[in-house]
Ligand binder design. Structure first.
Ligand SMILES: [Zn+2]
Length: 197
């Protein structure tokens, strides 16, 4: 319905950002969800560094806790960190208060390790609801979704990784936010191909 659409737009403008502060006219923003993941995330950081690209890592608090040195390495290379909850559980498993606490636990974990106060929250599974909006606002965080999703996680062959890299290049424009995942099986191939062109 039309009214629904208007309300949804207002909600998005108030709570959800599709750009990083100061990113207007800047290049495409790569965002990586679900890390840090051992063996993969350090290689992502390395590829970004080699290509002089900064990204935002939406980290899961429990993974950050398990891989403190990788989290710190992401920061040391000039990347930004975003909050992707502590447990990466769906909001339906929580009360508003419980969901808020899960967000804050991630916030505290990252702060304790790196001294960084994250500004953005990306809800697990991209699920936006009244609960996620209220809880993230209470936590003082702005929700950041993405504008380009090339289903990086669904790649099962190198050829598909090439297709994803190509699609990102075709679709992403300045200021766009590309959704990627540390845990995607072919994420390193996608990045290598993305920067090889
Ligand atoms: Zn996730």
């Amino acid at each position: 319905m039309y009214i629904d659409k208007i309300i949804k737009n207002i909600v998005f403008r108030l709570f959800v950002t599709s750009t990083v502060e100061g990113s207007r006219n800047n290049p495409v923003i790569l965002s990586f969800d679900d890390g840090p993941i051992q063996k993969v995330t350090p290689k992502i950081i390395e590829i970004l560094r080699e290509n002089n690209v900064k990204a935002i890592f939406f980290v899961v608090g429990s993974n950050a806790c398990a891989h403190k040195e990788i989290l710190q390495a992401a920061v040391d290379s000039g990347n930004e960190l975003g909050n992707h909850s502590y447990s990466h559980r769906e909001e339906k498993n929580f009360s508003i208060l419980g969901y808020y606490q899960d967000i804050m636990r991630c916030q505290k974990t990252v702060y304790d390790i790196t001294g960084k106060k994250m500004k953005y929250f990306r809800p697990p599974f991209g699920k936006i609801s009244f609960k996620t909006l209220v809880a993230s606002r209470l936590a003082g965080l702005k929700i950041m979704m993405w504008t380009v999703d090339c289903k990086d996680w669904s790649c099962s062959t190198e050829a598909e990784a090439g297709i994803v890299a190509e699609r990102i290049q075709q679709e992403a424009r300045a200021g766009d936010i590309v959704l990627l995942h540390d845990g995607g099986k072919f994420i390193l191939e996608i990045l290598t191909r993305l920067f090889a062109r």
